[in-house]
Design a protein around this ligand. Sequence first.
Ligand code: HEM
Length: 128
Amino acid sequence: MAEQTLYERIGGVNAIAMVVDRFSDQIVKNPKLLKNPALAAWNKSGQLPSLKFMRTLWLCEQAGGPFQYTGKELGQAHKDLHILPEEFDEVGAEIARALDHFNVPEREKGEVLAAIVARKAEVVGQPA
Ligand code: HEM
């Protein structure tokens, strides 16, 4: 029998959406991340519901789910946010905590985090 995809093993779109919902809500109230003025300003823009949707879509595609991510390229999406390497790592820590919150097993947790870390160079930008 073929090996199940990460998407199947993790529990499909609802499991991914719950994880995204959780870490997205934690990110907007994380004091380390609120020090970034571009992020603090973005948080007041009222676009969190659509960002949760786009993050869910991206993660579903990455995990091998039956979806196609049609949003912006990651470099383009983050260039005006001037994200520092340590801010990227803090977001990674929030994602890890959200995966733990929902008791995602170590193997699947590691695979999700690896997919995130692999894109660090695209997301981290020049300081403002
Ligand atoms: C590999 C890591 C990351 C992935 C996979 C990712 C994924 C995404 C996606 C899919 C979008 C939506 C693009 C669109 O609307 O077309 C987005 C935008 C955004 N991301 Fe990330 N992101 C990552 C890292 C980060 C980090 C570290 C932060 C810092 C808190 C962040 C904050 C944001 C914000 C605020 C937006 C909205 C930008 C806008 O509306 O102009 N992301 N990201």
